[in-house]
Design a protein around this ligand. Structure first.
Ligand code: NIG
Ligand code: FE
Length: 388
């Protein structure tokens, strides 16, 4: 079935080839035709061919679906009281991760599946057509494997994060836990994972442990991503670049050497402003990264502790207001940037041959995503060629 979306006031194409880093490209008075799960035609609305179905955009803006390249959707319970304590002055330390691990282990498969599915549907309604989902709240062989099995039912972009924190039962045996992660846990996770990630941070895993885990994951065929430099300066970013990670995520506390290491590299700096919002922390310096020539992606980090939002528009608004990104840079980072962070060239762009993942805004321009924060502007979503 072919679908024609015509009379588009502003079409964000992120045309491949012409946009190096953060250069959003647009067409006025445009149309797009999709056939099955692919885009087959892009051009002027007046020249558009007929199709089986038509969606009249009536002057509204159309964008590639958002690519949320960092989320932790498989968990049980919430940590609203921890959030309230933070808003009353408590710092965020990551210590609450173990609370969610206990709740997640106690949940049934169906409870986890239902909760993660609800969050996936919530994100899709807000325009997220691709979402990466991490494990990391199981931290036993069986619980990590089932988290990834459930994540895989919702996304092809799944990440093994057995090295999120050291679980309580291994508290004085970190080396033993690292061996478990590198051996039986990795073995059980690999069938369901595309990526491996480590929380490389004081209080979680140091550079040596993180390198060991990521190296063995890479040898098992997984792509590398790193939770890097979130709570303080540290080795995460340098390690990500050293291992040719697809992405160094958070990048909140960077030295000049870290920024230099990311500049012009394939490793994307994925910024997660929902985490700084929800932990009342200083935002990462997106301007410094962009000006140095790094590729920047934006993602939600959706999780019950540090960032319980599934909204990419919210992250775009924060990035523009708080991180000195232009609206064009932020929208590019939330679409094409996310695709780069997942090493994908079939999403995040609108061009013939690419995936038919599109959103129609209830606004004439992508600018409104930052200009009208908190307003539900996503009026239609086309996912894999199917209009929701
Ligand atoms: O990306 N920092 C590590 N992991 C998550 C937080 C997890 C939690 O607090 O439950 C993050 O912020
Ligand atoms: Fe995270």
């Amino acid at each position: 079935m072919a679908l024609l979306i015509d009379r588009i006031g502003e079409l964000v194409t992120n045309e491949p080839g012409c946009c190096a880093r953060g250069h959003l490209t647009t067409l006025k008075d445009a149309a797009v035709v999709t056939e099955a799960d692919k885009i087959v035609w892009v051009g002027r609305s007046a020249d558009a061919p007929a199709a089986d179905h038509r969606l009249d955009a009536d002057g509204r803006a159309v964008l590639p679906g958002f690519v949320d390249s960092h989320s932790h959707l498989v968990f049980a319970g919430d940590r609203a009281s921890e959030f309230a304590a933070r808003m009353a002055g408590e710092p965020y330390t990551g210590g609450g991760i173990r609370t969610t691990v206990a709740a997640t282990r106690a949940a049934t498969d169906d409870q986890l599946r239902e909760a993660a599915g609800r969050l996936r549907a919530e994100a899709l309604r807000q325009g997220t057509t691709t979402i990466e989902i991490k494990s990391g709240y199981g931290l036993s062989v069986a619980d990590e494997a089932r988290s990834l099995r459930i994540a895989r039912e919702l996304s092809e972009e799944t990440t093994f994060l057995g090295a999120h924190v050291v679980p309580a039962e291994y508290a004085s045996r970190v080396d033993d836990y690292v061996s478990l992660v590198c051996g039986p846990m990795l073995h059980a996770a690999t069938p369901y994972a595309r990526w491996i990630d480590v929380f490389c941070e004081t209080g979680a895993f140091d550079a040596d442990h993180a390198r060991a885990i990521l190296t063995v994951g890479k040898a098992a065929g997984l792509g590398v991503r790193v939770h890097a430099n979130q709570l303080g300066p540290g080795p995460g970013v340098q390690l990500a670049v050293e291992l040719d990670a697809a992405s160094a995520d958070h990048c909140t506390h960077l030295t000049d050497a870290d920024v230099e290491a990311l500049a012009g590299m394939w490793t994307v700096a994925t910024l997660l402003p929902g985490a700084e919002f929800s932990t009342r922390s200083p935002y990462p310096d997106a301007r410094r990264l962009l000006d140095a020539g790094a590729t920047v992606a934006l993602a939600t980090d959706c999780n019950p502790g540090s960032s319980y939002t599934s909204s990419m528009p919210f992250c775009i608004a924060l990035a523009v207001r708080e991180m000195r990104m232009t609206p064009a840079e932020a929208v590019w980072a939330a679409t094409a940037g996310g695709a780069r962070a997942l090493r994908r060239d079939d999403i995040g762009v609108i061009a013939p041959g690419k995936r038919a993942d599109l959103i129609v805004l209830d606004a004439p321009s992508y600018l409104h995503l930052a200009y009208r924060p908190g307003v539900p502007l996503i009026s239609d979503v086309v996912h894999n060629g199917v209009k929701l």
